[in-house]
Design a protein around this ligand. Structure first.
Ligand SMILES: [Zn+2]
Length: 312
């Protein structure tokens, strides 16, 4: 991709080999400079109102503030070390009431990363996404997927182990791969791309197609299947090329950006999945303001795929 994607480049060294070193982790928790990213019911703590000001920042807790909110091993996750050797943690404070959560840091409030993400400095955005993703995974893996017993957090929040010794199944953080693809073709002698829209989107908004990868399927096969399912357009898996990827913690995905030429441009839009899908010529994308065509937000990999194509 031609630019750094939002939610990447957290600036943290995850030092994954030290996660199971309990004395070291305890020392990092205790350290006066350590920073804790609170997550409350999948929301992140923000200073500044996104509706009134563009000066929006993430709010963090110090070790002293976080300590009383820690529940044994169960609700915090070690994230990594920044360049100043400050340790960063996520702490899930979902057990607080709405009023208690609102009082955590004066002048701060919990908000949806999806809503405020674009207003945050990129480094804040990626750290908040990391914290939110890890808190979500821990919360949704509190019971063993094999025997149903409770799981216990280990490796500083990066492993959950079944509490039944006979079972002992270990679960590791999951992220669901989704393919997001720019499909190109020549239409009436002009370069064009395939864009679609969902009925719930604002009027005039179009984006590249996307879908989840199924078990037993390669990314390339997922692209060909999704494009045919949604738009009836044919793509050969062998023609699919990788462009870049973006963590997408809404709630637990990674978007894999790919590009492929269509081998058959005939459209047959699946109206159960899509409100519309059509070919947009380069001249139409360039004249989108006049045509009242809206593209995804600049922070998304969807938009980066389109922008990279426009710059070709
Ligand atoms: Zn089990």
């Amino acid at each position: 991709m031609k630019k750094n994607l939002y939610y990447t480049n957290s600036g943290l060294d995850r030092v994954s080999h030290l996660r199971k070193d309990d004395p070291w982790i305890l020392e990092r928790i205790d350290h006066p400079t350590s920073q804790f990213i609170p997550v409350w019911r999948e929301k992140n703590l923000i200073v500044g109102s996104p509706r009134e000001t563009r000066d929006v920042k993430a709010a963090y807790l110090s070790s002293n503030q976080a300590m009383p909110l820690m529940k044994g091993n169960s609700n915090w996750i070690y994230l990594g070390e920044d360049e100043q050797e400050t340790a960063w943690f996520a702490i899930d404070v979902s057990f607080l009431t709405k009023d208690e959560a609102a009082e955590l840091v004066s002048g701060a409030h919990f908000d949806d990363l999806w809503t405020i993400g674009t207003l945050l400095p990129p480094e804040d955005g990626s750290r908040l996404a990391f914290a939110k993703g890890m808190a979500y995974w821990n919360k949704t893996h509190m019971y063993c997927g094999r025997c149903g017993a409770e799981t216990k957090s280990s490796h500083a929040g990066h492993v959950r182990r079944c509490s039944r010794d006979e079972c002992g199944k270990e679960s590791f953080p999951r992220t669901d791969p989704a393919v997001i693809m720019l499909i190109t073709a020549e239409v009436d002698g002009e370069e064009a791309i395939l864009l679609g829209r969902q009925a719930v989107w604002p009027r005039g908004m179009y984006s590249v197609l996307a879908g989840f990868v199924e078990p037993g399927e390669s990314l390339e096969e997922a692209v060909a299947r999704e494009v045919f399912e949604e738009a009836g357009v044919r793509v050969e898996p062998k023609d699919v090329v990788y462009c870049g990827s973006q963590p997408w913690p809404f709630p637990a995905s990674i978007m894999v950006g790919l590009r492929a030429p269509a081998t058959d441009i005939t459209l047959n839009v699946n109206k159960e999945e899509m409100d519309d899908a059509r070919w947009f010529k380069r001249s139409e994308i360039e004249a989108r303001k006049e045509l009242k065509l809206y593209l995804p937000r600049p922070v998304s990999i969807a938009r980066a795929l389109i922008d990279d194509w426009l710059k070709d």
